[in-house]
Design a protein around this ligand. Structure first.
Ligand code: ASP
Length: 587
C-alpha cells in the first residue's frame, strides 16, 4: 500500500495516528538536526519532519531528496508547534519513521508554485509539471466538475448523450476546415467537424428528441488570443420546442452550474434585442457588470459649426463617472491615442469635463457654450466630477469603437469585479449580414437558422432591404461580456432551407452537393427543432473570472497552433505520404 491518506487530508483530530503518505517533494528545508519536507499531491501539502536525534541516517537520506522526487513516508501525526493557518493541514506534521524513494526527478525547469518563473512555452513543453501547480490543477478539477454537473442536469431533463463522428465532410461555409486524407479513397478527404450541427439536426429527424454531447470542435482559423484550433462545446438540440423552452432549459443549466460549482445563485437572465445591445453598448455581447450606456448627441451637437460633428452620421458618447480629475491633459492624450490605435480605429476623441462650479472644460469648448454643454451633461445624467467621452463618424463603426472604449474605461475604473456575474440573453439577431467585399449575404449565425416566425414570409422576397431586415430566431448567452453560447430555432422545411442557401449565394447544385443529405432528411418528417451550443472552455474561464481559456485546457496549443510538448504538427514519412496518395509541392 502506498498511502493511508492523501496530502490534503490530515487534521488536528488525527494526531497520534500512524499514517503513510505518498507524493512529490515540494520543498526541502534543513535546520541543522531537523529536516522539513513539504509533500504534495493532488489534494494538498503535508509537512514531514525528520529528526536526526531520533534517526540520523534517515534524516540524512531525507536531506538529499530533491524537488519533485516521488517518495512515500510512514510516520505519526503530531501537532505542529508553529502552525500554518494558510494550509488546510497546517496544524499538523508527520514525524517520519520510514522513507522510500519511489522515483527520482531532474530539477524542474520552473518552480511548481502558483506564481511560477516559467514562461508560456516552457510551461507548455513541460505541461505535466505545469499541471502539478495547484492553480492549473484546480482549473482542470473545476472543468471536470462542470462537465459532470452538465451531464447530471441534462440527464435529469431527459437528454440523451450521443456521439457524432469526427471524420465528416468539408463544407465551405463558416471557418476553414481541418482536413484528413483518406487512404482508402485516394484524392479524397474528410473534414474534422467545426460543430456537430447537421448531425444533431438529423438526430432530431431521427426522433431522438433531446440530444446533448460534450464535444470537440475544430476550426482552422488564424489564432487570435484566446482561440484554440480545437475546443469543446456543450452541444444540444431539442424537438418540438419554441425559443422560450430552449432559453428556459439552458438558463436552468447555467444556473445549476453556478450553484453547484460556485455556490452562486443567479437571478433570472434579462433579455436584450440585438439592436438594443448595439445602440446601448456597441456590442452584441455587452458586459453588464457596469452601466456607462451610450447617449446619442446628434440632436444637441450638430449645427454649431464643429465640422467633424456636423458631417458625422452619428455622435455618441459615454459618461465616465468621477473621472474628470483623474484625466490630466496628458492622460486624455494617451486615451485619445488609445482609441486611435488601428485595432480601434477612431479618428479622434472629444471630452467634456463637468467642473464642480457648473462650468465645463472640453476639447470642443470653442464651438459649444457652457449652455450647450450643460444640455449634453443633462442628456448623460452627468454630475460634477464626471467626464464625457464622445466619438463620431459612420454609425456602425463608431458604435463599435465606443463599445471598445467603454470596456477599456470599465477596466481602468475597476468596474469589472471578480465574483460579479451578469448573464443575459441577446435575441433577435439579423438573419443575414451583407458583405460588401464579397457582394453577398452571409448567415450571421449559420445557414440552418430560421427567421422569426413573423419574418418567414419576407424571406421569400427578393428585395434587398427586406432581406437585410430579416430577424433570426437566434439567441446568444452572454456573461460578463463573453459569448458563452449561441443557438437558434432551425429551418425544418426543405423549401425554406433551399431559399436560404440561395440567399447565401449557393447554386442549387452546390447546395445539393454539400447539404443534400440534410435537405433530403427534411423530406421524411422533420420535426420543428432548435438548440444551442455553449463554449465549454470559455464557460470555465468566465466562471473562474479569468480571460484565458488555455488555462482550462489540459494540453492546449500555442499561438501558432502548435503543441510544443509533443511537437505537433510535424512532417510525415514520404512512405506515409505516398500511401495517402499525397505529394508535397514546393511553395
Ligand atoms: N452549432 C452552432 C455553433 O457551433 C451552435 C448551434 O446553433 O447550436 O455555433
Amino acid at each position: 500500500m502506498y498511502r493511508t491518506h492523501n496530502c490534503g487530508e490530515l487534521r488536528i483530530a488525527d494526531v497520534g495516528k500512524e499514517v503513510k503518505l505518498s507524493g512529490w517533494v515540494q520543498s526541502n528545508r534543513d535546520f541543522g538536526g531537523m529536516t522539513f519536507i513539504d509533500l504534495r499531491d493532488r489534494y494538498g501539502i503535508t509537512q514531514l519532519v525528520f529528526n536526526s536525534e531520533e534517526d540520523a541516517a534517515l534524516c540524512e537520506r531525507a536531506r538529499k531528496l530533491g524537488r519533485e522526487f516521488v517518495i512515500s513516508a510512514t510516520g505519526v501525526v503530531r501537532e505542529r508547534s508553529s502552525k500554518n493557518p494558510n494550509r488546510a493541514t497546517g496544524d499538523i506534521e508527520i514525524e517520519v519513521k520510514e522513507l522510500a524513494v519511489l522515483n527520482a526527478s531532474k530539477v524542474p525547469p520552473f518552480t511548481i508554485e502558483d506564481e511560477t518563473d516559467g514562461g508560456d512555452d516552457l510551461r507548455m513543453k513541460y505541461r505535466y509539471l505545469d499541471i502539478r501547480r495547484p492553480i492549473v490543477r484546480e482549473n482542470l478539477v473545476f472543468r471536470s466538475k462542470l462537465a459532470i454537473e452538465t451531464r447530471k442536469y441534462l440527464a435529469d431533463e431527459g437528454f440523451v448523450e450521443i456521439e457524432t463522428p469526427n471524420l465528416i465532410k468539408s463544407t465551405p461555409e463558416g471557418a476553414r476546415d481541418f482536413v484528413v486524407p483518406s487512404r482508402m479513397n485516394p484524392g479524397q478527404f474528410y473534414a474534422l467537424p467545426q460543430s456537430p450541427q447537421t448531425f444533431k439536426q438529423i438526430l432530431m429527424v431521427a426522433g431522438m428528441d433531446k440530444y446533448f454531447q460534450i464535444v470537440k470542435c475544430f476550426r482552422d482559423e488564424d489564432l487570435r488570443a484566446d482561440r484554440q484550433p480545437e475546443f469543446t462545446q456543450i452541444d444540444c438540440e431539442m424537438s418540438f420546442v419554441t425559443r422560450e423552452e430552449v432559453l428556459q432549459t439552458f438558463e436552468g443549466l447555467t444556473k445549476h452550474l453556478f450553484r453547484e460549482a460556485l455556490g452562486v445563485e443567479l437571478p433570472d437572465f434579462p433579455r436584450m434585442n440585438y439592436d438594443e445591445a448595439i445602440t446601448k453598448y456597441g456590442s452584441d455581447k455587452p458586459d453588464l457588470r457596469f452601466g456607462m450606456e451610450f447617449v446619442e448627441l446628434n440632436d444637441l451637437a450638430k449645427g454649431k459649426g464643429f465640422g467633424v460633428f456636423d458631417n458625422a452620421e452619428l455622435i455618441v458618447g459615454i459618461c465616465a463617472k468621477g473621472q474628470a480629475e483623474e484625466y490630466s491633459n496628458k492622460a486624455i492624450k494617451e486615451l485619445t491615442e488609445w482609441v486611435q490605435r488601428p485595432q480601434i480605429g477612431a479618428k479622434g476623441l472629444v471630452y467634456v469635463k463637468v467642473n464642480a462650479d457648473g462650468t465645463f472644460k472640453s476639447s470642443v469648448g470653442k464651438f459649444y457654450s457652457d449652455d450647450d454643454l450643460k444640455q449634453w451633461a443633462e442628456a448623460f445624467g452627468a454630475e460634477a466630477g464626471d467626464m464625457l467621452l464622445i466619438l463620431s463618424g459612420e454609425a456602425e463603426k463608431t458604435r463599435k469603437q465606443l463599445g471598445e472604449l467603454r470596456l477599456e474605461m470599465g477596466r481602468r475604473m475597476g468596474l469589472m469585479k471578480p465574483g460579479d456575474y451578469k448573464p443575459l440573453w441577446v435575441v433577435d439577431f439579423p438573419l443575414l449580414e451583407w458583405d460588401e467585399e464579397a457582394g453577398r449575404f452571409f448567415a450571421m449565425h449559420h445557414p440552418f437558422t430560421s427567421p422569426k416566425p413573423e419574418d418567414e414570409e419576407k424571406m421569400l422576397s427578393d428585395d434587398f432591404e427586406t432581406l437585410k431586415s430579416l430577424r433570426a430566431n437566434a439567441y446568444d448567452l452572454v456573461i460578463n461580456g463573453a459569448e458563452i453560447g449561441g443557438g437558434s430555432i432551425r429551418i425544418h422545411d426543405r423549401k425554406l432551407q433551399e431559399k436560404n442557401f440561395k440567399l447565401l449565394g449557393f447554386t442549387e447544385e452546390e447546395a445539393e452537393k454539400q447539404f443534400g443529405f440534410l435537405m433530403g432528411a427534411f423530406e421524411y418528417g422533420a420535426p420543428p427543432h432548435g438548440g444551442i451550443a455553449f463554449g465549454f472552455d470559455r464557460l470555465c474561464a468566465v466562471m473562474k473570472g479569468q480571460t484565458s481559456i488555455r488555462d482550462f485546457i489540459a494540453f492546449p496549443k500555442n499561438n501558432m497552433g502548435r503543441d510544443v510538448m509533443i511537437d505537433a504538427p510535424s512532417e510525415i514519412d514520404p512512405a506515409q505520404l505516398e500511401e495517402l496518395g499525397l505529394k508535397l509541392v514546393d511553395k
